[in-house]
Design a protein around this ligand. Structure first.
Ligand code: 3PY
Ligand code: MG
Length: 256
């Protein structure tokens, strides 16, 4: 069971490893189920998953009910939604396809209140969910809401040092699938390749040197363990559809 009164930010900053489930099915109860099943965090995916703002609104509360930290990935370049996700109680946002320091600055502007950013005031649901007063929410917000920039293209790798230097950006999150696709100009999808994994290790080291958090998406227990050894502390492992399909085919196979 996760103690969600301890924030995701404080866990990660204390170098704790947090594994997140990846939620694509827009049924909030599944977010609760994943938390109750033992995941410390659940990431609701609006980029490739079926989540919309209503399922995310309910999914964030459901994850919390299941004692899991709620994280959301918004659609590409949808910076306005970032503020809204924090307003709804997300503890972290993973922005896909951040390719330039300007993208990272736009993320920080949406994620952080002044002086770091330009987030507009209205975290009513977040304060209610976390059981804090608006004043307490404001006092903690810039520290406790985590903005992560996905690094998953050659452009992002080229600009990595500048992205990591953006004040207010909490960290980076490697997308090895897109990285394999973009590095090979569409020829290969191989998130576990040595090339991608070597680059991922470099991203983790650079993030650490810059004093930023590092996360990664993984497709197997082996890759998750490898990611942890590389220094990643926020590790995605297990997509709801895959978990369900594996369990279903195993059960159906037993009955055949
Ligand atoms: C990637 O691997 O590209 C991702 O975005 C993971 O979802
Ligand atoms: Mg991706």
């Amino acid at each position: 069971m996760t103690d969600t009164s301890v924030s995701l930010a404080s866990r990660l900053r204390a170098d704790e490893t947090v594994v997140t489930a990846w939620s694509t099915l827009a049924f909030p109860m599944l977010a609760e189920l994943l938390g109750r099943a033992g995941y410390r965090a659940v990431t609701l995916d609006m980029q490739h998953g079926a989540h919309d703002i209503a399922s995310v609104r309910d999914g964030i509360a459901a994850a919390r009910l299941g004692d899991a930290h709620a994280v959301v990935r918004p659609p590409v370049d949808d910076f306005a939604t970032v503020s809204r996700l924090f307003d709804l109680g997300a503890e972290a946002v993973i922005m896909p396809m951040v390719n330039t320091p300007e993208d990272a600055l736009a993320l920080v502007a949406a994620a952080k209140y002044p002086p770091l950013g330009a987030r507009s005031w209205g975290p009513h649901r977040a304060a209610m969910l976390q059981g804090v007063t608006p004043a307490d929410y404001l006092e903690r917000a810039n520290r406790e809401t985590i903005a992560l920039a996905m690094i998953e293209t050659p452009a992002a790798l080229e600009a990595l040092d500048e992205i990591l230097a953006v004040d207010g950006l909490d960290g980076v999150f490697v997308g090895p699938g897109d990285m394999s696709l973009t590095l090979s100009d569409g020829a290969e999808l191989n998130p576990s390749s040595e090339r991608v994994q070597t680059i991922a290790a470099d991203v983790a080291a650079k993030a650490k040197a810059a004093g930023k958090l590092a996360g990664i998406f993984t497709n197997s227990v082996e890759d998750a363990k490898r990611g942890k050894e590389m220094g990643f502390r926020f590790i995605a492992l297990g997509i709801d559809m895959g978990l369900f399909a594996d369990a279903a085919s195993s059960m159906a196979g037993k009955l055949r």
